[in-house]
Design a protein around this ligand. Structure first.
Ligand code: DGY
Length: 328
């Protein structure tokens, strides 16, 4: 038990986060943090995790058996300030009896909002058009200049019909698509009925969709789900949006599909690696919109994600129900 006043559990935070979250944590724990710029360097993490009771981490920190070995047997909880957890070796963490926390729900709306913004930016060529306006490409209003596919009467395909996928569907409904279809491991019948979405298999989704938004989690099963054969099954007019994880896409196959007009365009908030090297082929393509992983980057959302992460840690130490325990 860590509840006596004498011994506050120790927690290491791998980044500078919101003051509210740190203050809350400090009421219950001894807190140390990485305060340097960017993610904590690996050697710093390995040094600072030693003998800690809790870890507050980000998706930029790989938490594997090396980190766990360094931490030692006093590590009781690892809470990530993210909904994605592919950076955690969950099996290894579970085996050692360490609790895990994450931040779903909190970021659903912000990420769905960004996914729709990215879809529109890609299909309606917002960045390209802005660039044309700034550089003299805008000569006169022209009937078919800077056109892209509209959502009205289209078929929208959502890959991963969890919280975020469902919210994207709800928002997109107001754009009057003809059909919303989804591909998901489980049925999600009630939510699908409420939204008016239809479950299809993966190949059907690829063949029928005018817009595909990918919001599934990265697992060994979903790695490279969008490969060469998937892009070939898509319409040549299709717009592909990814706001989940870059690892779900075979990126070379995507570059090829965009270069050779196998698909119409792509909007990516995530890729491999992150940050994408500046000389990467994707940056050279006009039909590709690239954002630097900002899906959940709404101020209130990020603050809440920090607080939820702190609350997860505190609850674990108090042996209370964690607000969002990650159970695998
Ligand atoms: C997550 O939480 O996993 C997102 O990628 C960043 O908010």
């Amino acid at each position: 038990k860590f509840s006596t006043k004498m011994t506050k559990p120790s927690v290491y935070i791998t980044r500078e986060v919101n003051k509210d979250a740190v203050d809350l944590l400090k009421e219950h724990c001894d807190v140390t943090s990485w305060t340097g710029p960017g993610p904590v360097p690996r050697d710093e993490l390995l040094k600072n995790i030693e003998n800690k009771n809790g870890l507050f981490c980000m998706l930029t920190d790989k938490i594997d058996s090396t980190v766990l070995d360094k931490a030692g047997k006093n590590l009781k909880v690892i809470a990530t300030m993210s909904v994605g957890f592919d950076h955690l070796d969950t099996q290894e963490i579970k085996k050692r009896g360490i609790k895990m926390g994450y931040t779903p729900d909190t970021l659903t709306d912000a990420t769905a909002e960004l996914s729709v913004a990215l879809l529109l930016a890609t299909s309606r060529r917002l960045l390209e058009a802005n660039q044309e306006a700034r550089t003299g490409g805008w000569k006169a209003w022209s009937p078919f200049w800077m056109c892209g596919p509209g959502l009205k009467d289209s078929t929208v395909g959502i890959v991963g019909f969890g919280r975020i996928g469902q919210q994207i569907a709800r928002i997109l409904k107001s754009f009057k698509p003809k059909r919303i279809i989804y591909y998901n491991r489980s049925e999600r019948l009630r939510e699908a009925q409420e939204i008016g979405a239809h479950r299809v298999n993966f190949d059907e989704l690829l063949a029928q969709s005018d817009f595909i938004t990918l919001v599934a989690s990265l697992t060994p099963e979903t790695k490279n789900l969008f490969d060469e054969s998937a892009f070939k099954k898509m319409k040549s007019t299709a717009v592909f949006i990814n706001t989940s994880r870059g690892g779900l896409v075979d990126q070379d196959a995507l570059v090829n599909a965009l270069q050779n007009k196998i698909i119409w365009g792509a909007g990516l908030d995530v890729m491999t690696p992150e940050p994408l090297p500046l000389d990467h082929a994707l940056y050279k393509l006009k039909n590709c919109v690239i954002l630097p992983h900002i899906g959940s980057a709404a101020v209130e959302t990020r603050n809440e994600m920090g607080l939820v992460t702190a609350r997860n840690i505190i609850a674990a130490f108090k042996e209370e129900k964690m607000p969002y325990e990650l159970i695998v």
